[in-house]
Design a protein around this ligand. Structure first.
Ligand SMILES: Cc1cc2nc3c(=O)[nH]c(=O)nc-3n(C[C@H](O)[C@H](O)[C@H](O)COP(=O)(O)OP(=O)(O)OC[C@H]3O[C@@H](n4cnc5c(N)ncnc54)[C@H](O)[C@@H]3O)c2cc1C
Ligand code: FES
Length: 510
């Protein structure tokens, strides 16, 4: 019932490893919740130290944002560095860049050491400007890179097949096939004998204590330490993460681009964000064009896939056959530096890693290194960067404004969202159409499937009861408050929600 949102990586990763859901009670030293890049990298690092782990994954390993990424591995994060210097200061910006460099190096080390065939290729990363004001932004970023000793050079041309005014290039970055990489790490975990992996095992409760207890529908896991590698933390308290994170959704179109060579990976300096990279596909080059994102639940009447199609057709010389298109979301913190460390001061044996702001290949790997080093007390130089990522940090100049803006906005969604729901008859729904509508004085999330059957749910998110919106691009019910998503079958697609939508009687269907 929910539209398949399979990425190019999911379509070309070969046979996915498969693991049984958790059934019964397990114990381990470290329980890792979430089988994306953060969770699996951490498990692989801990396996090297012989630490016994259990990984709980709500869906399939790699089915979250990792399997839907553009998968550029770079320390050049668009225009981020000069903004970080302005927000959190030069020292923390330096630690951010340094940690990400170590994250990129760790990926290359794993690829070399384990001989992982994941199309890991070196390529320059470029930011391009198309207007005079964007050139000024590139110049500021260039100065920030000089200050932080990150490689960068400005030029006035590049290999994109459309004119740009300037380009800022960082050499010797990389890209890869994220799922081939992830599944190779999973294979080493299986071989290590120290890690048990469980798919379709959503953690729905965490009881903290000297030993922690995680509950799924099928069983429990008791662990000395728990790591929430769920992209958005599955618990809100302590730490008030719901008030300090938001989720951004973005779209990718992958097309057949035989013979195309654009000389690296690109992101634009302006808005809307547009990103390009190529990948050596099966017998042909693939072009991945991404962007046209929005805050989750705020899609309005956007047509991001249509915009991407026009972008590819207009900028890359006509029609290129569609191979796959998909969307995904990532979390963003108040000051744009991830939260990596203990969940709160009262929970020293629960770790969290979130808020990569769509630069998670390097950030997730750096986070895994930091947490592995903290848990095992084995020194790693990335530990020197941990202060910048501390989830309990106080960065008023970078955070105060976004805290106010975001939380006032959430309050607005709770009130205006409810008032704006139009009353209508379920019979007005066409096949394949979903809507949030008032039905008999109640707000309903309603969907009519292709067989004509109507499915009706409570239109309030099961996280904190925010009124949902219908995302017509994805056929899903999305929450504008903290970004949970539900399929047309009512099941949770993405958290922080842990429970499906409450089903209601479709009553008046014809
Ligand atoms: C469109 C897009 C393009 C991007 N491109 C790039 C890029 O080019 N370069 C880059 O560096 N970064 C990029 N990113 C960001 C990067 O992909 C992510 O930051 C990174 O993959 C996040 O990894 P993760 O392991 O934290 O999360 P995920 O991969 O989402 O893994 C978290 C896992 O936790 C599971 N989970 C959630 N809740 C529970 C629960 N309660 N119990 C059990 N399991 C649970 C989920 O099912 C999921 O599998 C992009 C992001 C997007 C959205
Ligand atoms: S995600 Fe928090 S209320 Fe919906």
């Amino acid at each position: 019932m929910t539209r398949e949102n399979l990425s190019y990586w999911e379509l070309t990763c070969g046979t996915r490893p498969e693991f049984a859901p958790l059934s019964g009670d397990g114990t381990c030293e470290v329980a890792i919740v979430g089988g994306g890049l953060t969770g699996i990298t951490l498990a692989a690092l801990l396996a090297r130290q012989g630490v016994k782990t259990i990984v709980l994954e709500a869906d399939r390993i790699g089915s979250g944002t990792t399997g839907k990424s553009t998968a550029k591995i770079t320390v050049q994060h668009g225009l981020k560095l000069h903004r970080l210097i302005g927000g959190v200061g030069e020292e923390k910006a330096r630690l951010y860049a340094e940690a990400n460099r170590m994250g990129a190096d760790q990926i290359a080390d794993f690829v070399d050491a384990l001989k992982i065939g994941c199309d890991h290729m070196r390529a320059p990363a470029h930011v391009f400007a198309e207007t005079e004001s964007e050139i000024k932004e590139l110049e500021k970023e260039m100065r920030a890179m000089e200050t932080l000793h990150v490689d960068g050079a400005l030029a006035d041309r590049c290999d994109l097949p459309f004119p740009v005014k300037a380009v800022l290039t960082t050499q010797n970055q990389a890209h890869f096939h994220p799922l081939k990489y992830l599944f190779a790490l999973v294979q080493t975990l299986v071989q290590s004998g120290t890690c048990a992996l469980h798919e379709r095992s959503r953690a729905i409760a965490l009881e903290r204590g000297q030993r922690c207890l995680l509950r799924t529908r099928g069983g429990t896991v008791c662990a000395d330490t728990v790591v929430l590698a769920t992209n958005y933390p599955m618990v809100d308290m302590p730490g008030f993460y719901f008030s300090r994170l938001h989720q951004e959704r973005s779209y990718i179109r992958c097309v057949d681009a035989q013979g195309l060579d654009i000389g690296g990976m690109y992101i634009n300096a302006g808005k809307p964000v547009r990103s390009f990279r190529t990948h050596p596909g099966e017998g042909s080059t693939r072009l991945l064009a991404g962007g046209y994102g929005h805050k989750t639940g705020r899609q309005g009447d956007m047509d991001s896939y249509g915009d991407l199609q026009k972008l590819v057709e207009n900028r890359f010389n006509g029609h290129m056959g569609l191979v796959a298109q998909w969307s995904a979301q990532d979390t963003v913190t108040l000051d744009n530096v991830p939260y990596v460390g203990t969940l709160s001061k009262e929970a020293p044996n629960v770790y969290v890693a979130a808020g990569y702001d769509k630069w998670g290949m390097t950030n997730a790997t750096a986070a895994a290194l930091m947490i592995a080093s903290a848990i095992t007390s084995a020194h790693h130089p990335v530990g020197n960067c941990a202060a910048a990522f501390d989830p309990h940090r106080f960065t008023p100049s970078a955070s105060a404004k976004s805290f106010l803006v975001q939380n006032l906005d959430v309050i607005r969604q709770f009130t205006v969202g409810n008032l704006a729901i139009p009353f209508d008859s379920l019979n007005t729904l066409k096949k394949g159409e979903g809507r949030i509508m008032g039905v008999e004085s109640d707000a309903a999330a309603a969907y009519r499937d292709e067989d004509g059957d109507i499915h009706v749910y409570n239109a309030h998110c099961t996280h904190m009861k925010c009124p949902l919106t219908y995302n017509q691009m994805e056929n899903s019910f999305d929450c504008p408050c903290h970004g949970s998503r539900f399929g047309t079958d009512g099941e949770v697609l993405e958290g922080p929600a842990l429970y499906p939508l409450e089903k209601k009687d479709a009553g008046e269907k014809d």
